[in-house]
Design a protein around this ligand. Sequence first.
Ligand code: ADP
Ligand code: AMP
Length: 216
Amino acid sequence: MRLVLVGPPGAGKGTQAQYIASNLSIPKISTGDIFRANVSGGTELGKLAKEYMDRGDLVPDEVTIAMVRDRLSEDDAQDGFLLDGFPRNVPQAEILKKMLAEFGVALDIVLELVVDEDEVVRRLAGRRTCSQCGRIWHVDFDDKKDDVCDACGGSLYQRDDDKEETVRRRLEVYQEQTAPLITFYADEEILVGVDAAGPVEEVTGRAMEALAPYIG
Ligand code: ADP
Ligand code: AMP
């Protein structure tokens, strides 16, 4: 299964990716996670990406695409993968299509997580991430007042780009640059919309139902 999750920041892509990738036994590849790992590791890539991430802008395509190409060439991605946060604009989608064609494969399905903007803002405002295992929590929906990860005991942090001003910019960038992917993948006839409102388990159930016809 070669699968992409699209949707605005805060729609629940990372959250659903954890469950879907584990259900399907495929690697979850999140460009945001790879950039954040580079930022905390102090690499050159991290230094470059941080400038854009802090503003809520997209990291330049050539940097992002080279990083994805490397990741998709790794052994664990040869029989399938779930991409979370990539592609983020039509040029990235076009290059992904070409890149996969070079490997002799293609995307099976693009799941669009559909949720309204008020809910997205509420989700982003309370997002916390585990500094150790990367698991995603929400202060209210998961009742996480102690800032400790229930999965591994690590400490939780709030992403720099979840501050109100940056969130506003990220939502603009989504509308301007990422939302056109919906039409792009609808035209390719591989787009399936999933209602992403309601509890996490219900959304996972809907996503797995949508994927059922594609599971061999
Ligand atoms: P994205 O990867 O699309 O930016 P995340 O998966 O990081 O979004 O989710 C954003 C925030 O919303 C996190 O705090 C997460 O715990 C929370 N969240 C995700 N899905 C749901 C849901 N169905 N109901 C309530 N909160 C959710
Ligand atoms: P995310 O974790 O998906 O919310 O991404 C966080 C930030 O990383 C984004 O706001 C961008 O600055 C950067 N980023 C992640 N994925 C991409 C991508 N495919 N193209 C460009 N920038 C990206």
